[in-house]
Design a protein around this ligand. Sequence first.
Ligand SMILES: Nc1nc2c(ncn2[C@@H]2O[C@H](COP(=O)(O)OP(=O)(O)OP(=O)(O)O)[C@@H](O)[C@H]2O)c(=O)[nH]1
Ligand SMILES: [Mg+2]
Length: 191
Amino acid sequence: MWITKWLWDVFESLGLWKKHAKLLMMGLDNAGKTTLLHLLMNDRIEVVQPTLYPSTEEFTFENCKFTAYDLGSSNSFRNRRLWKDYFPVISGIVFIVDAADPERFEEGKEEIQALLRADTLSSTPILVLGNKTDLPMAVSKDELRHELGLHDTTNDIAPIESVQPPVEVFMCSVVCRQGYQEGLQWLSQHV
Ligand SMILES: Nc1nc2c(ncn2[C@@H]2O[C@H](COP(=O)(O)OP(=O)(O)OP(=O)(O)O)[C@@H](O)[C@H]2O)c(=O)[nH]1
Ligand SMILES: [Mg+2]
């Protein structure tokens, strides 16, 4: 809405927003990307349909303004090509995984490992959210990290010579409004 944009511009010019970050929402279909985005924008859980068309949304978290691109699932061929167009303009990635769907971890691993190999993203922080911890099948953070082939960045055991972007895993339940806040705080510090 133009009035929101106008207010942001005023606040920005007064130096009241510390940062403005552009994010790409990524992850397999059904992971919870759009549900999270709508919660961040409208502060409520909405029933959403699978994303068929790319959308650009804006929200604020603490005193950081975010513009987020929701392209739909990253496992579609069309979107894989689309992402690359966004890489040069984004300052962070939110990669959401359904932590209660072990059958799709391998697919998720392929997606995130492809991201880690992308030259254009060498310094772009990646927030990995293990979503749906409210479901009984949800795995632990350690298990998810292992399944996705991610180093334990918390304990800093990644090889020093690696030029991989900062990556951190946070477990969350979007529908229970738990866990993603800590992840966004981490991301805000790295964008
Ligand atoms: N149990 C549970 N369900 C969730 C959670 N977050 C999202 N969902 C549900 O997961 C389903 C998919 O959510 P979406 O937000 O559409 O997922 P998406 O990643 O945007 O999917 P695509 O648009 O197809 O890429 C919906 O039925 C949501 O209500 C959660 O934390 N727990
Ligand atoms: Mg969606």
